[in-house]
Structures are given as C-alpha cells and as structure tokens.
Design a binder for this molecule. Sequence first.
Ligand SMILES: C[S@@+](CC[C@H](N)C(=O)[O-])C[C@H]1O[C@@H](n2cnc3c(N)ncnc32)[C@H](O)[C@@H]1O
Length: 231
Amino acid sequence: MKRHVARILIILSLMMNLLCVIGAVVIVERRGGFPWLSRRVAELFRPTEAQLIRDDWQQPDRVISNLNLRQGAKVADIGCGEGYFTLRLAKSVGERGLVYAVDVDTRPLEVLKKQAEKEHLTNVVVVVSEPTDTKLQPECLDALFVCDILHEVPQAQRLPLLKSATRALKSGGFLYLIDWRKSRDITFDPYEKLIPRDDLVRICTDAGLLLEGEFHYLKYQVFLRFRKPIK
Ligand SMILES: C[S@@+](CC[C@H](N)C(=O)[O-])C[C@H]1O[C@@H](n2cnc3c(N)ncnc32)[C@H](O)[C@@H]1O
C-alpha cells in the first residue's frame, strides 16, 4: 500500500515539474525569450492549420477549377508561402504556362523551390518581393491569386500592394482573392486581424478592379473574383 502511494506521489511530482517547465518556457517566450521553443509548445496545445487537415476545408481542387486557367496561362501567387496553391497552379497551367511564386519571406520560398524540383515542375519562378511591391513586370499576367495574405499585411500597405499586383495584370485579367471570413468562428487568427468582406472588396476596387463574382462554398473563407477593366 505504502509503495502504491509513493508511486502516485512520484508521478504527481513529475507532472508538477513538467507543468512548471512548460509554464516557465511560455513566460520566457512572452518576454521575448525562446521564440522557437515556445512556438513548438504553443502548437502542442493549439491545432495548427496542418493538423486540422487543410484539404478538408480548403477544397483546393475545386478552387483551382474555379479559376478556369487555360494551358499556357501566366499567373502569380502573391504571398505564396510554401506553395500550397502554387504547385497546383503550376500543374493547372501546364508546361507552357508560368507561375510566379511571390513572397516577402525567402524561407518558405526555399521550401517551395525544393518541392517544385522534387515534383519536376519547371514552370515555377520564385520572386522575392517587397511589402508593397510585387516586383512583377507590368501587364504580364492572365491571373493573380492572393490567398490568406491580406489580413497579414498592415492596413496602410494593403492598397499599395494590391495596386502593384494589379499593374502586373493584363487588361481583362482576373484577380482571385481568398481570405478569412470575419467571424468569431474563425480561430486560425485573432478576430481583430480578420478583414470584413466589404473592406476586402473596397481595397480591390480602389486598386482599379471590378468585382465580378463570388464563391460561397468555402467553410472559413471569403472567395472573390475581380477583373481588370478592358482598356
Ligand atoms: C498565411 S501565409 C499564406 C500562404 C499561402 N498563400 C497559402 O495560402 O498557403 C501568408 C504569406 O504571405 C506572405 N506575405 C505577407 N505579407 C506579404 C506581402 N506584403 N507581400 C507578399 N507576401 C507577403 C508571408 O510571408 C506568408 O508566406
């Protein structure tokens, strides 16, 4: 009996120690201490996008098919990250097409480059951009794809970024915008960061685009289609 109680006390004390270590790491991180370690700890308790299995709610094949891209089209994925959509776009436009994978951060672009090589996709061109400059040539694209980045961009930079992107579109070209719906049900980002649908529309129309269509099937996101007016 005594041995049994001792065992329980040891287990309890080990659990207390573990909780103390986790608590200390979180406190140190909040004060700017070990960002990498605390991110890993935070991920243990908060499901990441990957853990929620993005394909289930993102419906990437349906999204890509709604873009109606022709073989040989030239498109850009603005804020492409590690290329969740870029690689699908590259397959959709085929070998004669081209996908500019644009991001301000070089780290995800490196991951994307390796994955494109692994999948023998030779039509992906990586572009390191500036926060308000996509670095794309004017009027060179049939379509722009902008998924889950605007809420990450500081408010004052959103319109200049969209204007820079729009400049790269041919007249009559399309911009497809996907971003979180502003709702308390969305837990991927803090509510305060989410942009109301009408503000997303306003940014794009202020950048010179016309709202042409909207898709309503995505569980967590607004999905809008804009067109650059024909001159
Ligand atoms: C949440 S991730 C989305 C990645 C990808 N679009 C997707 O759907 O998986 C946001 C990405 O936008 C990039 N980003 C943020 N601000 C940007 C800007 N001003 N111009 C281009 N990329 C930007 C970040 O570096 C990051 O890779």
